[in-house]
Design a protein around this ligand. Structure first.
Ligand SMILES: NC(=O)c1ccc[n+]([C@@H]2O[C@H](COP(=O)([O-])OP(=O)(O)OC[C@H]3O[C@@H](n4cnc5c(N)ncnc54)[C@H](OP(=O)(O)O)[C@@H]3O)[C@@H](O)[C@H]2O)c1
Length: 328
């Protein structure tokens, strides 16, 4: 990850504090952030408006936020379906919509003529999209950043409870004004989270890595469950059995890192066991069902060799088996 050096020579006319935050898109990320920020006991951060097309999502956001700000003095928040009215209220505009419409929302806000974009920071939350998605707002004089929480927001209720401790990938535009950089750092600190700085050009690699660790892990475990299913073990029993194995592996990774946590037949250089696995696949499985096993096997052999746990010859033997056809 590159450290992005920001210039601090761009003038903002008004102080940005207390930050008035507008949330566009009351989905999982938008509502979680709006709720957690509302619940901070910190006068520097205020949610002033929330926009979302459906009343259902606006009402849901209001209910979560109300519960979070219960004990505070009256806080007036605008809930609206009008993104432009929403953005006009704040100086920090968080665009929490699906990735594919961030550009459309940017264009809608930039062309409205209802507020001065020069006095606002626009943030999107996509890991995949670069700052280009906000380009219309840049052209209107706005300031840009993106924050990508390295977290899976499956349910709003759970995410509110577990946001603390998360890591955010933050991307600043190259000349982002100092006060906005300070805002982002202070906000993340106030949320009890931390930051990894990611340069805009390399963001797609950063996002691919997050997909491997989160989405591909799910697919890999599903593959393990399906592998058992072929020999008649139910997914429920599979998961029960695999759970302690997975928990132990994660605990090892936390302690030792990924390189040194490898165990099993490949780490031991046990080529005979792997040959038996491949033979069994040949007997019980359809063509192609061993593809993931072979790809991951090769990656695992590389790791064992890098660790110095298997010699070059053993690595080459594994490689030959994994790259051979179905009958290898
Ligand atoms: N979910 C995750 O695990 C996760 C993790 C990291 C980053 N992110 C990023 O966070 C962003 C939001 O994702 P999400 O998971 O929160 O999505 P989501 O749950 O699908 O929520 C998106 C929200 O956008 C609203 N929306 C749709 N069209 C809109 C429009 N024209 N104007 C204003 N709001 C509109 C929808 O409102 P209605 O409900 O009213 O239709 C919906 O509630 C994305 O950029 C995503 O990549 C998500």
């Amino acid at each position: 990850m590159n450290k992005v050096k920001a210039k601090t020579n761009i003038k903002i006319n008004n102080s940005i504090w207390p930050a008035q935050i507008s949330i566009i898109g009351a989905g999982r990320v938008g509502t979680t952030l709006a709720t957690v920020i509302s619940g901070l006991n910190n006068p520097l951060f205020k949610i002033c408006s929330v926009s979302s097309p459906t009343q259902k999502s606006r009402k849901r956001a209001a209910a979560f936020m109300q519960a979070a700000i219960e004990k505070k003095p009256k806080t007036k928040i605008l809930y609206t379906s009008d993104n432009i009215k929403c953005a006009a209220e704040g100086n920090i505009i968080m665009i929490c919509t699906p990735d594919d419409i961030i550009s459309k929302i940017s264009a809608e806000l930039a062309s409205s003529g209802k507020f001065d974009a020069k006095q606002k920071l626009f943030i999107h939350f996509s890991g995949a999209k670069s700052l280009d998605a906000l380009m219309p707002l840049k052209k209107a004089g706005g300031h840009l950043a993106s924050l990508h929480p390295l977290k899976s927001f499956a349910s709003i209720k759970e995410s509110i409870k577990t946001l603390k401790g998360s890591i955010f990938g933050v991307t600043y535009e190259k000349d982002l004004a100092g006060p906005y950089i300070l805002f982002l750092k202070k906000l993340i600190r106030a949320l009890d989270c931390s930051i990894i700085e990611v340069s805009d050009e390399k963001k797609s690699i950063y996002h691919a890595s997050a997909c491997i660790a989160s989405n591909y892990l799910v697919s890999l475990l599903n593959y393990a469950v399906q592998t058992n299913a072929i020999i008649g073990i139910t997914p429920e029993d599979s998961l029960k059995g695999l759970e302690s194995l997975i928990d132990g592996t994660i605990a090892n990774i936390k302690k030792l890192g990924t390189q040194k946590s490898l165990t099993g037949p490949i780490a031991r250089g046990d080529t005979g066991t792997i040959r038996e696995h491949l033979e069994s696949f040949k007997i019980f499985f359809e063509d192609g069902q061993d593809t993931v096993y072979r790809i991951m096997g090769l990656e695992t052999a590389k790791l064992a060799h890098e660790n110095g746990w298997i010699d070059k010859n053993t690595f080459m033997e594994f490689k030959k088996m994994f790259l051979a056809g179905k009958n290898g």
